[in-house]
Design a protein around this ligand. Structure first.
Ligand code: MN
Length: 152
């Protein structure tokens, strides 16, 4: 039986870092395509079955195009960019909220020449992301807005 986490107050430091929160590689999965993105796990509590992470992309960086059964609730905390969720490419700005429903293709891109950072709420226990097949990519790129987004 693991000990309940103590409550804490971790001070924010400059440049979207928090005291005693490690700056981690985005993923261990080396099949996945991504660029210039980091991860910080801000909260993780087994009793809540929840985690809150902060991801940040440098300009022109992007997250993995993926889908999975678990959901995401995302709040843009820094900068602006674009995201693909399902069949929609959306311009996103600081403080916008985005919900990613189960088995929906999604990707975030720092397309505006500035960093894009977001908080992402997720289940602590979750299924492994699925990556698109070449056929999935072809199907997505049949939509010209999605093709332009994926090539940006
Ligand atoms: Mn995801």
């Amino acid at each position: 039986m693991s000990e309940r986490p103590r409550s804490f107050h971790r001070k924010a430091t400059d440049d979207y870092r928090w005291n005693e929160v490690d700056l981690l590689p985005y993923k261990e999965d080396d099949r996945a395509l991504f660029r210039a993105i980091t991860r910080q796990t801000l909260f993780s509590d087994p009793a809540m079955n929840g985690e809150l992470r902060y991801f940040e992309m440098a300009p022109d960086g992007f997250s993995t195009l993926e889908r999975h059964e678990h959901m995401h609730a995302v709040l843009i905390l820094r900068g602006r960019g674009h995201c693909l969720v399902g069949n929609e490419v959306r311009a996103i700005e600081t403080r916008d909220l985005i919900t990613v429903l189960p088995m929906t293709w999604h990707q975030f891109r720092a397309t505006r020449g500035e960093p894009l950072g977001f908080l992402c709420m997720v289940n602590a226990q979750r299924d492994k992301p699925q990556l698109p097949t070449p056929e999935d990519i072809a199907r997505l790129k049949a939509n010209s807005a999605i093709a332009a987004f994926l090539n940006s």
